[in-house]
Design a protein around this ligand. Structure first.
Ligand code: AMP
Length: 267
């Protein structure tokens, strides 16, 4: 697997934005079985199977979108799944799903059993020849163990686990100014000059879990439940740390360079 990494991050950013999005979309992931992904054909290239980790606000979703354009692997987000299940008009709002929404809006984690059922139901996406970029999953050691067991059973080893690192003051500042588009769900920085979505012109809103009280809960939950995964994946030799400060394109360039370095080291 060879990755072309341009000499400068600015050149990388320019190239990235010139690339047209890959055909691979998230129909099967977002709708669940029996939806088919529109791009399930063999591309001939070895697939990227990546887990993207990091504290809330580190930019995992944005990086997953950029890496999807660069690597072609599908962006699979459990947060998106849970939000779309909550807002879907045909979704039967079971007591378990209502409890999950309440936990989400206050910054807590949805129980492993609910999240794992949703992921397992979509395990075809993990077998996709195009690979995957898991964003927001796993978030607990229990989820990571379940994923490891499934990947072993399916003989589909992870390529790497990218861990985005960001200092606490920047995490808080990013989360508090973060807004989400009601129409296309893209995440943007809010300012007086930027009140509408710069992708589709839709209106921006602040997610319940981006309010200050929920941010404090999310950071505590991250430390207690998710940070131990750093050691978990380090033990498997899969961890690739990436500095998540500076612009999204620069962080993406760093990610690609770090992945290339990892591939050279294990080759
Ligand atoms: P995200 O969009 O990844 O920031 O996720 C938003 C919220 O969805 C989280 O704060 C959790 O409440 C819930 N969530 C997403 N993924 C998971 C997961 N893997 N395990 C438990 N809860 C999750």
């Amino acid at each position: 697997m060879i990755l072309a990494v341009p000499a400068s991050p600015d050149l990388f950013a320019a190239r990235l934005y010139m690339k047209s999005p890959e055909a691979n979309d998230r129909i099967a992931w977002n709708q669940g079985p029996p939806a088919d992904c529109s791009d399930s054909e063999e591309s001939g290239k070895p697939p990227w199977r990546l887990v993207l980790m990091g504290p809330p606000g580190a930019g995992k979703g944005t990086q997953a979108e950029l890496l999807h354009q660069y690597l072609g692997a599908c962006h699979l987000s459990t947060g998106d799944l849970l939000r779309s299940a909550a807002s879907h008009p045909n979704c039967v709002q079971s007591p378990a799903m209502k409890a999950a929404q309440d936990l989400m809006s206050h910054g807590g984690l949805v129980p492993d059993s609910i999240v794992w059922d949703m992921v397992r139901e979509r395990s075809a996406c993990l077998r996709c020849p195009g690979g995957f970029l898991l964003d927001g999953f796993p978030r607990t050691v229990g989820q990571a163990e379940a994923l490891t067991a499934l990947m072993r059973e399916e003989k589909l080893p992870l390529t790497a686990v990218v861990n985005y690192e960001l200092p606490l003051p920047e995490i808080i500042s990013r989360l508090s100014s973060r807004r989400t588009c009601r129409d296309c769900q893209s995440v943007q920085h809010f300012s007086a000059e930027n009140e509408i979505c710069n992708h589709c012109g839709g209106s921006l809103y602040q997610r319940d879990d981006d309010h200050p009280e929920a941010i404090a809960v999310r950071l505590k939950v991250y430390q207690r439940e998710t940070a131990p995964l750093i050691e978990y994946y380090e033990r498997f030799g899969l961890l690739v740390p990436v500095d998540a400060t500076s612009s999204a394109a620069h962080v993406c360039a760093r990610t690609v360079a770090a992945l290339q370095h990892r591939l050279q080291t294990i080759a």
